[in-house]
Design a protein around this ligand. Structure first.
Ligand code: GLC
Length: 442
């Protein structure tokens, strides 16, 4: 599909309108009804979008996020700023009960978990886009220090074997909520059945969301963590879910790399040295532990059960984004993404499905079990481009533009090109879809 100048202009306009509509006092909601608070990695991507149109909001978005940082350095995954819309959201601030930990902020409620550490590459992007860099040095110095504390928290609390790979302790920390990889973890035990009313399915059809059974596991992990007072050591000992995730760790590595450069530019050389060390350590961990030669892709490691979990996922390409895969592995991954596992039997699908067609759990409309997510395409396009796979990068980019033009600013899209899947899925007027469009049309 060719995009003429006016089509691109109207997409840009629509992106700006969407971001403005979702702006609240100091932060952007991912989607007005479905997700009425502030989410960590959404805020990161959205802030990059803002930096192209309103730099003040870009900085403020992050400042608001840092305002909810825990005393141990963790930046939480959701910040429940305003509690009136809370009634529409479940599990709410009360269920998460962040006050169970002395380390949580006193002025605002949050969840007791985090999300992919995108803030390092986000900050570098914002800084590079500043017109008057001198004027905002204080902001950037303080922001880099906050993210330093966040990464330090991850390495100190989430890498028990000193492998450079941090674990996630709730599936929501991955950002890829109902990824098929967790199925094998859930299969090992049963969660109690919780009596609760879901709010997500008021806005989005059940067929596009995680199942009720899966929600029991999600709730159970929260309850267990809350009962530990969100004490990291206790959680490590008892939680049934401890996963080393290739997307989370690649994002961490990339952020370290960007923060090393940024720290130097800000005259913070000691921080830069530490970020370099972390980058090298995580790159090494990802390369030695997470690659699956048979699949030809990076994969997940279940630390609790000491087993690798291999599924073809979009997330398994993420080490390309961090520039840590060898040429040989990059070639294998380029072959894989262009195969029927990711393009479908007739090799004519959109890229990049979150789960490969060959996985038994593949479902083209159910959230992270098949649909395409715009921010993942953005990150993979950068990755493949870095390794010289320009056509793959172009397709990842163009497919997002085409899908948004044809279907709207949705949360996710089916990878299958057919009348049956002609609509977009999940939340509408989605903030990071708008932000990503601004970034890829730049
Ligand atoms: C869903 C996504 C998660 C995102 C959140 C808000 O839970 O899986 O990645 O941060 O929505 O958009």
């Amino acid at each position: 599909m060719n995009f003429n100048h006016s089509a691109i202009e109207s997409l840009r306009e629509r992106s700006i309108v969407t971001l403005k509509k979702n702006w609240r006092e100091g932060f952007t909601v991912p989607s007005a009804n479905l997700y009425p608070f502030q989410w960590l990695w959404d805020s990161g991507f959205v802030s990059m979008g803002w930096s192209l149109i309103d730099k003040y909001k870009a900085r403020l978005e992050l400042e608001t996020l840092f305002g909810a940082q825990w005393e141990n350095g963790m930046i939480p995954h959701i910040i429940f700023h305003n509690d009136s819309p809370e009634k529409q959201y479940f599990p709410d601030a009360k269920f998460h009960g962040s006050e169970a930990s002395d380390l949580s902020p006193k002025h605002v409620k949050t969840t007791g978990m985090t999300q992919p550490p995108v803030l390092g590459f986000v900050l570098e992007f914002l800084f590079e886009n500043e017109i008057d860099k001198q004027k905002y040095l204080d902001f950037y110095r303080s922001a880099v220090k906050s993210v330093f504390r966040f990464h330090q928290y991850l390495y100190q609390n989430r890498d028990p074997k000193n492998e450079g790979l941090v674990y996630i302790r709730h599936n929501w920390e991955s950002g890829t909520d109902n990824c098929a990889v967790w199925d094998s973890v859930w299969a090992r035990y049963s969660a109690p059945t919780y009596d609760f009313v879901r709010k997500d399915t008021l806005h989005v059809d059940q067929s596009q969301r995680p199942t009720k059974k899966d929600y029991n596991y999600y709730m159970n992990l929260i309850e267990l963590s809350r009962n530990c007072g969100y004490d990291e050591q206790k959680m490590y000992e008892i939680l049934p879910f401890l996963i080393q995730d290739p997307l989370f760790n690649s994002i961490l590595a990339k952020s370290n790399q960007c923060l090393s450069r940024l720290s130097n530019a800000l005259d913070l050389p000691e921080l830069s040295v530490q970020f370099d060390e972390w980058y090298a350590k995580t790159a090494h961990g990802i390369n030695t532990k997470l690659f699956d030669d048979v699949l030809g892709q990076y994969t997940y490691f279940d630390l609790k059960n000491n087993v690798q979990i291999s599924e073809p996922t979009a997330m398994g390409f993420a080490p390309l984004f961090a520039g840590i895969a060898s040429e040989e592995r990059a070639n294998k991954m380029a072959e894989l993404i262009l195969s029927k596992h990711f393009l479908g039997e007739n090799l004519d699908g959109y890229l990049c499905p979150s789960l490969g067609y060959s996985s038994s759990a593949f479902d083209p409309v159910r959230y992270w079990r098949g649909p395409i997510w715009p921010h993942i395409n953005w990150l993979l396009a950068i990755g493949f481009k870095q390794y010289g796979f320009l056509e793959i990068a172009e397709k990842l980019r163009n497919d997002i533009i085409e899908l948004s033009v044809k279907k709207g600013f949705y949360e996710y899209f089916s990878p299958i090109k057919s009348e049956e899947f002609k609509i977009g899925y999940g939340g509408e007027d989605f903030s990071w879809t708008a932000a990503i469009l601004l970034l890829i049309m730049e």
